[in-house]
Design a protein around this ligand. Sequence first.
Ligand SMILES: Nc1ncnc2c1ncn2[C@@H]1O[C@H](COP(=O)(O)OP(=O)(O)O)[C@@H](O)[C@H]1O
Ligand SMILES: C[C@@](O)(CCOP(=O)(O)OP(=O)(O)O)CC(=O)O
Length: 518
Amino acid sequence: MAVLFAAYSFVRIASAPGKVLITGGYLILERPNAGIVLSTNARFYAIVKPLYDELRPDSWAWSWTDLKLTSPQMSRETMYKMSLKHFALQCTSRQVFEARNPFVEYAVQYAVAAAYSTFDNNKKDLLHKLLLQAGFDITILGSNDFYSYRNEIEARGLPLTPESLAFLPPFSSITFNTEQSNGQNSKPEVAKTGLGSSAAMTTSVVAALLNYLGVVNFSSGSDNGDQHQESLNVVHIIAQTAHCMAQGKVGSGFDVSSAVYGSHRYVRFSPQIISSAQNAIRAMPLEEVVADVLKGMWDHERTKFSLPPLMNLLLGEPGIGGSSTPSMVGAVKNWQKSDPEKSLDTWKRLSEANTSLELQLNILSKLAEDHWEIYKSVICSCSMYQSEKWVEQANEAISQEIVKALIGARDSMLNIRSHMKLMGMAAGIPIEPESQTELLDATMNMCGVLLAGVPGAGGFDAVFAVTLGDSGNNLAKAWSSHNVLALLVSEDPRGVCIENSDPRTNQITSGVSSVRIV
Ligand SMILES: Nc1ncnc2c1ncn2[C@@H]1O[C@H](COP(=O)(O)OP(=O)(O)O)[C@@H](O)[C@H]1O
Ligand SMILES: C[C@@](O)(CCOP(=O)(O)OP(=O)(O)O)CC(=O)O
């Protein structure tokens, strides 16, 4: 009792990062194609604590507990009753439709069911009583970087620069998109930057809750120990399952995987593991479904990957806005069916180009490790020149090798872009639309820019660039003069973390107050 009770007397805070998929869009949906996903310093926070200060003496005679979900950025406070028999949630707030958040709802149901399915009867009984007596209170907060503040900056007459973004208070209110891009969805959607708020939100809620309920233990401090890895795997399974259920589809899962594990090279899990849970849910109690999912054959692969040193990730918001990932995926799938031969050939070439970019970046990481001083000086020199002048910066064998890999990485990216663009044209969708092509070509021609592309599914939403040394500042200025807003986002390879304090009282800058668990 004491251990469990202690768990409920504390606030538990977890955070999980947003992502940028730099290679593998579409291909990553099919095993064994890989994608490189970089996690970012944009983080989503979940704060879990007991709802009631004082334990209510007779509450454990009931089988429903209370849940309060607060999203300060959306000015929403939603009350639920949760059945501890079936883990069903009933929203008791008045504006039920507006207030629903399926990602958090599934995260809560699956995390609580995971606790019931892993605990022995004794622990289960204690958990049950304590949940009924204390209820729980969840607050969710997403870094500003997840949301678009472009309109607000323009309305205030501020320049379209990262400095203007930095003026915004942390966890600012979120703007709702007023117009619907395709009229299919009547629910207002938040104006977002494409960093995967739903995956980071789901993961942070699952991690905070599982930790709060005592299912996983992240606070021991031994970063890479077996227990930590095991805890991460449990968070991954529950967050991935809840995310698919909330989305009503089984995507590749790279966004949840990076929210849990940070930057890596990802190969998807076999979708059957989720689809069988989706079927089982109709016939079996959730507790059993979750127990099976936890025991399932999760065959996703993740290999260590992060950008080589002295390279920076930059994201730009061109402001043309509004591509729908599911409909783009649908169009690519239709094209695959209608032209299997051509699409197979394009995928083969794209896959080769993806592998080649990965290889060149890994070569650069290795060269940095083995020849740091030379690497530093070559990157520093190249950061001041356009790529055609890079060969002139190398005067001996190692620096030539470094420049060769830099040029190799650029060429691979150009190949990726051209195949992605062709794939879009063949499928009848703007994966790299002409406006982005012009922007990306101009970006890749700037001093110190290694490569640039459209992240993930592509479209009009965003562009990314990888820059050398300090050249990112000049790129941000150049983007601004072309009406492209450079975001404050950078790569941060850390996955899900347990935080020591409320990010609102602590003015979180990434990494400072977190206990690393990867
Ligand atoms: N801070 C927040 N508070 C509450 N809900 C949020 C918050 N941020 C995002 N959401 C919800 O998460 C969902 C975002 O999911 P989705 O549209 O799939 O975007 P993404 O591509 O960022 O994952 C939206 O329904 C949005 O309302
Ligand atoms: C097409 C995809 O392979 C990549 C989509 O990547 P995005 O980063 O564009 O994702 P969203 O945040 O869902 O818009 C689909 C997938 O892998 O699930």
